[in-house]
Design a protein around this ligand. Structure first.
Ligand code: FES
Length: 173
């Protein structure tokens, strides 16, 4: 049978084992270190968020909600392009460029452009919109919403944080 260390007289501890004071100190240091780490992580996280908000690149097309889609001359008149990730449909009409929200105004399904029919179609309940966003058929109560567009140095920039007033229902399309 292996030999067990003999407890020191009066302490009940094995020789070489930390005293209660030492164990408490170690525990306290451990807890303090945990708190310091937690505070540093929390402060670091907050600083990171602030840095991202205020120090992020602010060149045109890179602000929050601003999407640079490319040069205007790469979108011929009559072209319609769906930017699915950015959630809009860009339509270059003879009267100008429109960025239409791809969210159906009926129950918020995602609409898509059908080139063979030249309509924007909602697969959920069959609403159809023209490339100006006007309602052509189906249960949609309002035209598709539009986002603000600017052309800067030939680059088309869509601002998905700015919704424009849509044309009246039934507007020509
Ligand atoms: S959600 Fe588009 S028609 Fe109903």
């Amino acid at each position: 049978m292996p030999e067990q260390p003999t407890p020191s007289p009066g302490t009940g501890r094995a020789p070489g084992a930390p005293s209660d004071a030492q164990a408490t100190l170690t525990r306290r240091r451990f807890v303090r270190l945990g708190w310091i780490t937690a505070v540093l992580v929390a402060v670091g996280g907050q600083l990171w968020v602030l840095l991202k908000l205020f120090v992020a690149p602010t060149t045109p097309g890179e602000e929050r909600g601003q999407v640079a889609v490319g040069r205007l001359d790469t979108f011929p008149i009559g072209s319609v392009q769906h930017f699915r990730k950015e959630r809009f449909i860009l339509a270059h009409r003879p009267t100008g460029v429109l960025a239409l929200s791809n969210e159906c105004t009926h129950q918020k399904c995602t609409v898509d452009y059908l080139p063979e029919r030249q309509v924007i179609f909602c697969p959920c309940h069959g609403a159809q919109f023209s490339t100006t966003g006007a309602v052509l058929a189906g249960p949609a109560p309002r035209p598709l919403e539009r986002f603000a567009i600017t052309v800067q140095d030939g680059q088309v920039v869509v601002d998905t944080t700015q919704r424009l007033t849509a044309p009246a229902p039934g507007a020509p399309g």
